[in-house]
Write a protein that binds this ligand. Structure first.
Ligand SMILES: [Zn+2]
Length: 98
């Protein structure tokens, strides 16, 4: 592998930041999926660009890359399907898809 190959993926359409996820002990889903969720601690809890709050069960869903409007998200704890939208003030929010 050359240096060029080991950096950004060559075919990505945009340059999103990627994130290394770690298991934060969210035990409401099977172990394999735990790193994709964490508990929300309340209104003072700042979400990272790769995190989105599930409006249904108030669990924070985490992604290996930053969220953009239009991204589809699945919340395993409450089995909701959502799409990421830009909320007031430019903050990203999840909107449940029925
Ligand atoms: Zn949920």
């Amino acid at each position: 592998m050359t240096d060029a190959e080991s950096s950004a993926p060559p075919n990505s359409r945009d340059s999103r930041r990627t994130y290394e996820l770690e298991d934060l002990g969210f035990n409401e889903v099977p172990k394999k999926w735990r790193k994709f969720y964490r508990h929300w601690t309340g209104p003072g809890d700042e979400l990272a660009p790769n995190e989105i709050l599930c409006p249904v069960c108030k669990v924070v869903i985490r992604s290996g890359r930053e969220f953009r409007p239009g991204d589809k998200v699945y919340c395993m704890p409450c089995m909701s399907r959502m799409v990421v939208v830009e909320g007031p003030g430019g903050r990203l929010e999840a909107e449940v898809v029925f």
